[in-house]
Ligand binder design. Structure first.
Ligand code: ADP
Length: 222
C-alpha cells in the first residue's frame, strides 16, 4: 500500500505512522525527520533547510521533491510506503503523482487526521522531542521541570525551536494556506479518508485500520 498521512502539525501523523508501519510492514517516510537528520549530520542540505524550518516556513518544493524522488526509489519503499509530511503543497502532490506514474505506481489512500486549531496549539507547545532520534513526548509544564531521557535511545529531550508558541501558530497558518488545498486535490481523486484526530490514539488507530481494511477488500473484489 502506498499511503499518505495528512494533517496539520501536531495532528498525530508520527504516532499513527509508527502503528501503520507495524501493521503493514512498510516504511514510514517522515520528511521532517529526514531534514533534521541532515541538520544533525551537518550536510549542505541540512544547512540549506535550517532557516526555513526554524521559522516554521516550508522548505522550497524543488528541494523536497528531489529528496522524495530519491527516497521512494530505495529498496525498502518498493513494496509500499507511508508518507508523513509530504506532500505539503499542490506542486509537491502533482510531482508525486508524476513520479509514481513513471514507476507504474499510485497513491492508494490519503489519511486525513482532522484536529482543531486549539488542540493542535495545545499539543505542540507541550511537545518535547529527542535530540538524537526525534521520538516525541508530551509533558505538562510541571513535569517538564524534570525532563526524563528518551525511552527509545536515552537521548536528551528538548523543545524543538519550531514548537515555540509563536512559531507553532505560524506553522498552523502555513498548513491552512499551503497544505489544506490538498484536501480538495485528493478529494477529487476519491482517495481521502477523513478521520477525527481528536479521539484517543487507540481509537484513531482502529479507525484507520478499519478504513484501510475496507479499501483493501474493495480493491480485492474489483
Ligand atoms: P510536524 O510533524 O510537526 O508537522 P515536521 O517534522 O513534519 O513537523 O516538519 C518540520 C519542518 O520541516 C516543516 O515546518 C518544514 O519547514 C520542513 N518540511 C518537512 N517536510 C516538508 C515538505 N514536504 N515541504 C516543505 N517543507 C517541509
Amino acid at each position: 500500500m502506498n499511503l499518505i498521512l495528512f494533517g496539520a502539525p501536531g495532528a498525530g501523523k508520527g504516532t499513527q505512522s509508527a502503528h501503520l508501519m507495524e501493521t503493514y510492514h512498510i516504511p514510514a517516510i517522515a520528511t521532517g525527520d529526514m531534514l533534521r537528520a541532515q541538520r544533525r549530520a551537518g550536510s549542505v542540505l541540512g544547512d540549506q533547510v535550517k532557516s526555513y524550518m526554524d521559522r516554521g516556513e516550508l522548505v522550497p518544493d524543488a528541494l523536497m521533491i528531489d529528496i522524495i524522488k530519491e527516497r521512494l526509489q530505495e529498496r525498502d519503499a518498493k513494496g509500499g510506503f507511508i508518507l508523513d509530511g509530504f506532500p505539503r503543497t499542490v506542486a509537491q502532490a502533482e510531482a508525486l503523482d508524476g513520479l509514481l506514474d513513471q514507476l507504474g505506481r499510485r497513491v492508494d489512500a490519503v489519511i486525513y487526521l482532522r484536529v482543531s486549531r486549539q488542540v493542535l496549539l495545545d499539543r505542540l507547545v507541550h511537545r518535547y522531542s529527542c535530540r538524537t532520534c526525534d521520538a516525541v513526548y508530551t509533558f505538562t509544564p510541571q513535569q517538564a521541570r524534570n525532563l526524563p531521557r528518551c525511552s527509545v535511545d536515552g537521548g536528551e529531550l528538548y523543545q524543538r525551536p519550531d514548537d515555540f508558541p509563536e512559531i507553532v501558530a505560524h506553522r498552523i497558518d502555513v498548513f491552512l494556506r499551503h497544505t489544506a488545498p490538498l484536501i480538495d486535490y485528493y478529494g477529487a481523486q476519491h482517495k481521502l479518508e477523513n478521520i477525527d484526530g481528536q479521539m484517543s490514539v487507540a481509537e484513531v488507530r482502529s479507525d484507520i485500520t478499519r478504513r484501510l481494511g475496507a479499501l483493501r477488500k474493495g480493491a480485492g473484489s474489483r
